[in-house]
Design a protein around this ligand. Structure first.
Ligand code: HMG
Length: 398
């Protein structure tokens, strides 16, 4: 039975900072960001957005189209959770109006858990072929101001419907996966910004990639030339390029600049403007590849490498399905990115320093530009979300 990604919708904040603004403020050459790390802009979440609203906004079009009626499993992958106990997906479940017959859970392993969710969803659909699973990967990447990671911040969400006879990408069975206990990037419960051993993290990423690829190669009998396009986890676009170069070099193939561009550029276009979206990043890359490639990718094999610090990695692959073009959301995604408001440095810093109050009082948050779902306020430590699409939607923390 064919199982895989039937639909893929993205969402990101309506605000961004151009990295030239950050470069001026930090006194560095803008080319360090534009070329050295390969990022042009970073999406900045408004104070009334969190992973619940990012995720719900990503899935909103699917819910409105009735595509979530057969969903009995909602897996919410994030490392920017809003509660130590309640799954963010439970809030999203109500906002989207999903059936109460639904298993909902939140998954965590840094950026990898989006892929863990996809693979678990595939297993679920194998057992219940008439049903669908909704995977939401949503994150807000935050590093300390004026730290090396700052320019790689971003935010966004991917909502994926996993189903039998998928219309976008049929996932193949073979996968190489790898776990190693390392401290390359982490965020203790008491911190709102990640800690990172930046250079070390890039080395562990490559080590995990090589280990995963070796397994995948042995299990599938395929070589690099059997893969038509690659999608990597994209903490910053230069990382994906470094990873691809290393993989090709290990296989004895040296890549020219134009070969590198042909292999990866389409998958990096959205990330260059959104920044790191942690769990969602590789799926942002996949959407970018499918939507931005001028070529017909029907029948092409895409190799996917997912990496989550700490660390877990996985290399797997999928075949692009006939007619996939009709399922793409490229126009909407491009409009979303085009229609954002650029922030000044001071506006960025003010938003960065904003904290949801923690004293248990009653707060209503000012309205920023968001998608149809927003965080309206907080009352007695309960987050209250509102829908701007349905006037009869009542606020509730669930
Ligand atoms: P840094 O140390 O400030 O940067 O931060 P740098 O000095 O190494 O410069 C970066 C590159 O820009 C270098 O190129 C410079 O030569 C170049 P490279 O040697 O790498 O090829 N450069 C210039 N190029 C053109 N014109 C110029 C110029 N100046 C310099 N004028 C670092 C880099 C990656 C350490 C930092 O951004 C960081 O800490 N990022 C966060 C960690 C990260 O993203 N790690 C990636 C792997 S781990 C991962 O992917 C998991 C993650 O997503 C989290 C999760 O799993 O949850 C992060």
């Amino acid at each position: 039975m064919k199982i895989g990604i039937d639909q893929l919708h993205l969402y990101s904040s309506h605000y961004y900072v151009d990295l030239k603004t950050l470069a001026v403020e930090r006194g560095v050459d803008v080319d360090k960001f534009y070329r050295g790390i390969g990022q042009e802009q970073m999406a900045v979440p408004a104070p009334d957005e969190d992973v619940v609203t990012l995720g719900a906004n990503a899935a909103q079009g699917l819910a409105a189209g009735g595509d979530l009626d057969d969903v009995e499993l909602l897996l919410f992958a994030t490392e920017s959770g809003i509660d130590q106990s309640k799954a963010a997906g439970v809030f999203v479940h109500r906002l989207l109006g999903l059936s109460e017959r639904c298993r909902t859970v939140e998954l965590k392993q840094a950026c990898y858990s989006g892929t863990a969710a996809v693979q678990l969803a595939v297993q679920y659909v194998a057992r219940h072929p008439g049903k669908k699973a909704l995977v939401i990967a949503a994150d807000i990447a935050r590093y300390e101001l004026n730290s090396p990671g700052e320019a790689t911040q971003g935010c966004g969400a991917a909502a994926l419907v996993i189903a039998a006879n998928p219309r976008l990408l049929c996932l193949e069975e073979e996968a190489g996966f790898y776990t190693e206990d390392v401290m390359d990037f982490w965020r203790p419960n008491y911190r709102s910004e990640a800690l990172v051993d930046g250079k070390y993290s890039t080395l562990v990423y490559i080590r995990a990639l090589e280990a995963c690829w070796k397994q995948y190669e042995a299990l599938s009998g395929r070589s690099l030339s059997d893969i038509d396009s690659f999608c990597y986890h994209i903490p910053f676009t230069k990382m994906a390029e470094k990873a691809h170069r290393k993989l090709c070099r290990s296989a004895g193939a040296a890549l020219s600049a134009s070969e590198m561009a042909a292999a990866l550029d389409d998958s990096l276009k959205y990330s260059r403007r959104m920044g790191n979206c942690y769990t969602a990043s590789m799926y942002v890359g996949l959407a970018s590849l499918l939507e931005q490639s001028g070529r017909d990718l029907t029948g092409k094999r895409i190799g996917l490498f997912s990496y989550g610090s700490g660390c877990v990695g996985e290399f797997f692959s999928g075949i692009v399905q006939p007619g996939y073009q009709t399922m793409l959301q490229g126009a909407l995604h491009q409009e979303m990115l085009r229609d954002r408001t650029e922030l000044s440095y001071q506006q960025y810093e003010d938003i960065f320093n904003y904290r949801v109050p923690t004293d248990g009082g009653v707060y209503t948050f000012p309205e920023y530009r968001t998608g149809p779902y927003r965080l309206k306020g907080i009352n007695g430590h309960k987050r209250e979300y509102e829908s701007l699409v349905e006037s009869d939607e009542s606020d509730s923390a669930g």
